[in-house]
Design a protein around this ligand. Sequence first.
Ligand SMILES: Nc1ncnc2c1ncn2[C@@H]1O[C@H](COP(=O)(O)OP(=O)(O)OP(=O)(O)O)[C@@H](O)[C@H]1O
Ligand SMILES: [Mg+2]
Length: 548
Amino acid sequence: MMTGQQPIIVLKEGTKRERGKGAQSNNIMAARAISDAVKSTLGPKGMDKMLVDSMGDVVVTNDGVTILKEIDVEHPAAKMLVEVAKTQDEECGDGTTTAVVVAGELLKKAIDLIDANVHPTIITAGYRMAAQKAVETLEDLAIDVDISNRQALERIAMTAMISKQISGSREHFAKLAVEAIAMVAEKENGKYTVDVDNVQVVKKQGGSMEDTEMIKGMIIDKEPVNPAMPKRIPKAKIALVDAALEIKKTEIDAKIEITDPSQLQAFLDEEERMLRKMVEKIKSVGANVLICQKGIDDLAQHFLAKEKIFALRRVKKSDMEKLSKATGASIVSKIDELEVDDLGQANMVEMRHVQEDEMTFVTGCKNPKAVSILIRGGTQHVVEEIGRSLEDAMSVVAVAIEDGKMVTGGGSAAVELAMKLREYSASVGGREQIAIDAFASSLEVVPTALAENAGLDPIDVLIEMRKAHKANKKHAGINVYTGKVTDMLKENVLEPLRVGKQAINSATDAAVMILRIDDVIASKGGSPGGPPGGPGGPGGMGDEFGED
Ligand SMILES: Nc1ncnc2c1ncn2[C@@H]1O[C@H](COP(=O)(O)OP(=O)(O)OP(=O)(O)O)[C@@H](O)[C@H]1O
Ligand SMILES: [Mg+2]
């Protein structure tokens, strides 16, 4: 009855709209492009990517999330996969490539099902059921790991670092990561929590990778402000101040008329008197180290040096906060209000030469829950990649300590889950069954990609692994060095349970989200409308339609 009427246009002119299968396959293709881009980096034999940003800066890495963060992704569905990597990174710090590759495979298998006329809602329902079952099965497979089991924790750290450039010094870094994380781990009600931020990471180019060390305290990339200051303070009492030790210059240009030389002297004396008062206050509470977030006037430096106080200025806010955690000092905003209780303590505050630089080391802190790692390496690229690898290692160790559970890698868990999922799907029946089977096959992309990247035949490897798992060898995985299918528990290829769980969940979430979209409405240029600057704004030159 409404036919023949004018169509109602609800979308703005220039809006692009794509619906149904077209929208779906377009989204899936974009997401798969992202997953294919990182697939070749998976595993110990994975390749690195060299990324060049718009400023010409180069990053060479194997870290999934780093690659995806660096590349400029336009397509909204592709962006969703980048989000998967970020979530994975935030939750566990490792497994980003795996999560993205699995998500890509889930989408690839979904397209085949859609082509075979399986409705997307059936696929997403089956995927959800499969994910839940997979997580439960993985939990059953998990092995206990305790904070006191340093060897297992070091193995976990080494597995996380294996594909990175620094793999030559893995053992050294694994030890550092475990030592640092175990130190900052806190036990509450029988459960461990770890805040990885309590490990400060300082990167300094120079020396060799093996010179990378852990310090039970803090490192500040600064030297004392005045050369006359002491270089070592044992039994340090530390004042943290976020105010300047300077006399504020007046904002207004005031003119002072001086008629007599003595008046000038009085004026200068007043400034000196105020600075001296500040230093005296610091001295009076017993501080022998002053760490200041703002500047310190030359004259104040001189007074501090005379009092044998070790002082640093313009220290980063984040360092101030960590120092406060490490030494127990409170950060004070007004020097007048500084009290004995505000001071923090450390066994030693000293200046050390690191390469050509002088740095301040605050060691033997009262609160041993904050430590530092000083990273050394031949070039800036190496130092940066060590930083990323150590972060991965520390995160997996932290997660393993928190959950107390680990699983075996090398594709072993994936193949075991796939097998169990196929048994499960047979019991489910219904149309979802096909989707659950597709999910199972998608997980097997992990061993096949590992094999492929190692130059092995992925089909042969997969067949052999399936056979091993059928024969109840739960931890059979691919040894990418020998090309043999072996027990990953014996090979010490270990990962925290959470990495696998999170990878399954975030890959499923992303795939389901992308599959549910059948309508893409993109506004032109994405601008919400209205001329920039608004009407009557100063930039309104040549506005012929203005009121006037
Ligand atoms: N010695 C090994 N033999 C076989 N497989 C291994 C070995 N060490 C690690 N792996 C496997 O390599 C995979 C991890 O590879 P990689 O670290 O490149 O990717 P990711 O952890 O998913 O992502 P990222 O580290 O970039 O966040 C896991 O499946 C892990 O089990
Ligand atoms: Mg990894």
